[in-house]
Ligand binder design. Structure first.
Ligand code: ASP
Length: 417
């Protein structure tokens, strides 16, 4: 029988969760000694984050080609992506602040939570340009790394032929890192087991029940946010900016949404998305061929929304009071984390580390959302792809027929991983 990676992770997570629960409840104190498996998993996620961000940002930017020649199509796409992602994050932040799924969590904040970092808007801007980039990397301070990588990548694209080997290098490094992330995810079932058994061993069943309930509330919050974005915000944009009937458009592109849901990967869904958009929804291949490959890697509304909800949920769970400044940091890093996340299953979980780091929140909090992540991943991936297909209609309409005719037919961003 062939090894089915996706099934292994899915079943592994479920079994790890249940076994972790059983061991945690019945082995009592001894269960705490399994906690190292969870720590190992979290450390693996943390150590990959710096190379992941640098490589994926640089290879992402360079895949656009000479940034000076991006033209109207590129500019419209990037602006539209950022605006819709910002809308998604805003919805997420509002929903999580209203529902407050993590408030009243069982976690002893004095024992675990560090002080949440306090930020003013000015600090946020200054924080993007620290005096020492190596020092920033050493502290896993990701914002400056993102800014640096974006600039580095953009400048690379303007150097012509000479830059080709360097661009190639970062493409390959990116591929390697993504492979390593894949291996780390294979360890996730053991990580979940360790995190749950360890946590149960530490805090006891009663306190853990409260946390389980919180995780369920958290899942409902993410789903509510995704529903608001996918069922109301995006269709409104589609209707008003592209003059398309949302239900009909959904019918035309349903294969892509369903594939996204079942694979939990925007990139794996890409061929289906392209076909649905160009054949069924009759979007020009000039637009689809550029907007979709790019969107599959950088336009992730669902992921961005989830990152913001998860970070604020973790803050609530640990009893950390979030200032407006910190919420702004979460807003910005959630957008960037979604841009940085690859279109593969659970990539958002990895870039989650950077949102938590930037906001000064405990990365251990990931343990509380890990168990349900595979499930939420499907919904956010479907939202991501729904965002991409709607982007095609809006961008085509906004460009207008004339600009469309003027486009060369072969502009296609390099298909992502
Ligand atoms: N699985 C998502 C996608 O491929 C990314 C994520 O949020 O993990 O779109």
């Amino acid at each position: 029988m062939k090894f089915n990676r996706e099934k292994f992770i899915l079943w592994g997570l479920l079994i790890g969760m249940v076994l972790g629960g059983v061991v945690g409840i019945y082995a009592g104190d001894a269960a705490a000694s399994f906690g190292f498996l969870g720590t190992l998993f979290l450390n693996a996620l943390k150590l990959i984050i710096v190379p992941l961000i640098v490589a994926s940002m640089i290879s992402g930017v360079t895949s656009l080609g000479d940034v000076r020649k991006l033209g109207k199509l590129g500019a419209t796409a990037v602006v539209y992506y950022l605006v819709t992602t910002a809308i998604a994050v805003t919805i997420g932040i509002i929903v999580v602040n209203i529902i407050q799924p993590g408030v009243g969590g069982a976690i002893d904040s004095t024992a675990l939570a560090p002080e949440a970092a306090e930020y003013s808007i000015l600090d946020v801007i200054l924080g993007m340009f620290p005096p020492n980039i190596i020092d920033a990397a050493a502290r896993t301070d990701v914002m400056p790394l993102i800014v640096f990588s974006l600039v580095f990548g953009a400048v690379l694209t303007t150097l012509g032929k000479r830059a080709a080997p360097v661009i190639h290098l970062f493409d390959v490094v990116n591929e390697v890192i993504l492979k390593i992330v894949g291996y780390i995810m294979l360890f996730a079932p053991f990580g979940v087991f360790g995190l749950i058994a360890g946590k149960l061993g530490d805090v006891g069943w009663d306190a853990f029940q409260v946390e389980l309930l919180k995780t369920a509330e958290y899942s409902v919050t993410v789903l509510a946010g995704l529903a608001l974005h996918g069922v109301i915000a995006l269709p409104l944009l589609l209707y008003f900016l592209a003059r398309r009937v949302p239900l009909r458009y959904l019918g035309n592109t349903a294969e892509a949404i369903v594939t996204a849901f079942s694979t939990a990967s925007s990139s794996a869904t890409l061929p289906v998305t392209m076909e649905a958009v160009e054949k069924n929804a009759r979007i020009s291949n000039k637009v689809g061929g550029f907007v979709l490959p790019l969107g599959a890697t950088i336009n992730m509304d669902g992921t961005a929304l989830y990152e913001a909800v998860a970070a604020i949920f973790i803050a609530q769970l640990y009893g950390v009071d979030l200032t407006i400044g910190t919420q702004v940091v979460i807003f910005l890093t959630a957008i960037l984390a979604s841009v940085g996340a690859a279109g593969i299953p659970q990539a958002g979980l990895v870039t989650m580390v950077m949102v938590l780091n930037a906001a000064g929140l405990p990365t251990e909090g990931i343990g509380s959302i890990l168990a349900v992540d595979w499930f939420l991943d499907r919904f956010r991936t479907a939202t991501n792809v729904w965002g991409d297909v709607i982007a095609c209609a809006v961008i085509e309409k906004r460009l207008g027929a004339e600009a469309l005719d003027a486009l060369p037919s072969a502009i296609a961003a390099n298909p992502p991983e």
